[in-house]
Ligand binder design. Structure first.
Ligand SMILES: NC(=O)c1ccc[n+]([C@@H]2O[C@H](COP(=O)([O-])OP(=O)(O)OC[C@H]3O[C@@H](n4cnc5c(N)ncnc54)[C@H](OP(=O)(O)O)[C@@H]3O)[C@@H](O)[C@H]2O)c1
Length: 162
């Protein structure tokens, strides 16, 4: 499984149930990479999407511990074990798209992370594990510098060391 995330300089990823910043080109990149594939997300992250609706043209698996929870047009996994059972036979890319609790729990099962690293520190209440400080991970690709108004950022690929 592959994590896809936008993180600031301190690995902040969200604040008050919102993204830290919305970068149009980053969203476009996210859409291009995930369209046609499976995305896994937490119930709280789904609630931040427009209309609280699953993403179009993707198989959405929403994680919720609530046994009565259902979402039209999406599958629901009630535990990590159930999720792993659901994805084990998928012979295609599966993206973990957040939020914080889902990244934390699924990181051990991921071998790649596509990170939009934003050169700024925001006020944040949700963080991703620091992959730069983790000896099990290494950077395998870094894009050219991207700009969004006065912000700079890079698309950075991390892979679990073999
Ligand atoms: N920067 C980025 O790329 C990015 C991407 C996505 C999200 N975000 C940000 O992340 C924040 C949201 O993250 P979050 O950590 O608060 O919430 P979250 O991870 O999106 O969702 C948490 C919910 O997921 C369900 N869940 C968690 N672990 C589970 C398990 N083992 N089994 C079944 N269900 C499980 C629970 O739902 P129930 O309560 O229904 O049981 C839990 O309340 C927001 O600020 C959002 O904007 C950032």
């Amino acid at each position: 499984m592959t994590i896809i995330v936008a993180a600031d300089e301190k690995w902040g990823i969200g604040n008050k149930d919102e993204l830290l910043v919305r970068i149009k080109e980053d969203h476009k990149n996210f859409k291009e990479l995930t369209t046609g594939h499976t995305v896994i997300l937490g119930r709280k992250t789904l609630s931040t999407f427009p209309g609280g609706l699953p993403l179009k043209n993707r198989t959405n698996i929403i994680m919720s511990r609530d046994p009565g929870y259902s979402v039209e047009g999406a599958k629901v996994a009630h535990s990590v074990d159930e999720l792993l059972e659901m994805v084990k036979d998928i012979d295609d890319e599966v993206f973990v798209i957040g939020g914080g609790t889902i990244y934390d729990q699924l990181l051990p099962y991921c071998d790649k992370a596509i990170v939009t690293r934003i050169d700024h520190t925001y006020e944040a209440d949700t963080y991703l594990h620091d992959l730069d400080a983790d000896e099990e991970w290494e950077i395998t690709d870094t894009s050219d510098e991207q700009t969004y108004f006065d912000l700079t950022y890079h698309f950075v690929t991390y892979e679990r060391k073999k």
